[in-house]
Design a binder for this molecule. Structure first.
Ligand code: FES
Length: 145
């Protein structure tokens, strides 16, 4: 019999179960400022993060995860952790911090948490590489040519 799937005090914390059952910020941002795609070499699952940046802060973030419950929970949690944060702070959030914010993950599921913060960091890198043309402030004053 399968005994380790449901919460029941066995495998996942209540927080993990909450974010797994009711994930926050699921979906896609149509015109994102940055996208990060990460694959998990251990299991082959994939996750994508989409960010919108305004005034150097993460104004919006959404994710799509093709992965297990722990991957969904960590993705959901990291979106809550970075939303509204300055880009420079958001980029410092680590996989470990995400797992800790969820009250921990079972050791065999720690690899799943690698997707979440890495995805955010890649999305931020993508944003920075697109906006590293010198102008530091609102880069949206382009006049049509
Ligand atoms: Fe693939 Fe968890 S088993 S991310």
């Amino acid at each position: 019999m399968n005994k380790s799937e449901r919460s029941g005090g066995t495998m996942y914390t209540d927080k993990v179960m909450d974010h797994f059952m009711n994930p926050r910020n699921v979906g896609e941002i149509p015109d994102p400022d940055g996208v990060g795609t990460v694959g998990n070499p251990v299991c082959g699952d994939v996750m994508q993060m989409f960010i919108k940046v305004k005034d150097d802060k993460i104004a919006d973030i959404k994710f799509k995860t093709f992965g297990c419950g722990a991957a969904i929970a960590t993705s959901s949690m990291v979106t809550e952790m970075v939303k509204g944060k300055p880009v420079g702070e958001a980029v410092k959030i680590s996989n470990k911090m995400v797992a800790e914010a969820l009250g921990g993950l079972p050791p065999q599921k720690m690899h799943c948490s690698n997707l979440a913060a890495d995805g955010v960091q890649l999305a931020i890198k993508d944003f920075l590489s697109k906006n590293s043309k010198g102008s530091k402030t609102s880069a949206s004053k382009k006049q049509g040519k």
